[in-house]
Design a protein around this ligand. Structure first.
Ligand code: ZN
Length: 216
């Protein structure tokens, strides 16, 4: 698959990476429909020391479940899902308090062998606890044109400026997005193809774009 990898400050490349596969029985593989460049991606873009190995980038994405591990409940292939910016089990004591970013089994995309969201697919650990299923089909008109919009929800995740308990917010806000009360997709002011992700970083870093949407 194609995915964005950062090799140092100002150095984002699109390259071929191994196709995600189920590793743990709690994993799901999600084919990415939309991702974006987060304001927090600009921090390493400005300061990351050069590395030979690179770091897969992106932690906000929306996609279709392609495959689920044996222990994943509540999700099946074909489901449209949104991913919060960290993964979490949604069952530990921290998650129970809505503090999913402190999950005892949680972690970040792009680290520890987990893919980033700016790519064609992602292996999502603890998929049942992490992913929120959207009650529309991936090919529905609602998804393409309605208030849910491409990459809806991401504004909430990204405009909060850091360690937001996004996973706890999403179910509560989902109804407002679906009925059109809020249209978070309006935050995106430019769309880039995956191959142009380096341009998206540059445009946001140069303040030419507020929020870039990435379409694999
Ligand atoms: Zn947890």
């Amino acid at each position: 698959m194609r995915a964005a990898v950062m090799y140092g400050a100002g150095d984002v490349r699109i390259e071929d990476r191994p196709d995600p596969k189920i590793v743990d029985p709690t994993d799901a593989v999600v084919r990415t429909l939309a991702a974006c460049v987060c304001g927090s991606d600009l921090w390493p873009y400005a300061s990351m020391p050069a590395t030979d190995t690179g770091r897969p980038m992106g932690h906000e994405f929306l996609g279709v479940v392609e495959e689920t591990g044996a222990d994943v409940t509540g999700l099946t292939a074909g489901d449209l899902v949104v991913a919060p910016f960290t993964y979490s089990d949604n069952t530990c004591d921290y998650c129970a308090k809505g503090l999913h970013i402190s999950c005892r089994n949680g972690g970040r995309y792009g680290f520890d062998g987990v893919d980033g969201g700016q790519g064609e697919a992602v292996r999502v650990p603890y998929a049942a606890g992490t992913l929120v299923k959207l009650p529309v089909a991936a090919d529905s008109a609602l998804y393409e044109q309605g208030p849910i919009g491409p990459a809806a929800f991401m504004r909430n995740i990204t405009m909060t400026g850091g360690a937001s308990p996004a996973r706890a917010y999403i179910p509560e806000l989902l109804a407002d997005v679906l009925d059109g009360s809020i249209t978070p997709g309006h935050v995106f002011d430019k769309t880039f193809t995956l191959d142009r992700t380096p341009d998206a970083y540059r445009a946001m870093a140069d303040r030419q774009v507020l929020k870039a949407l990435i379409r694999p």
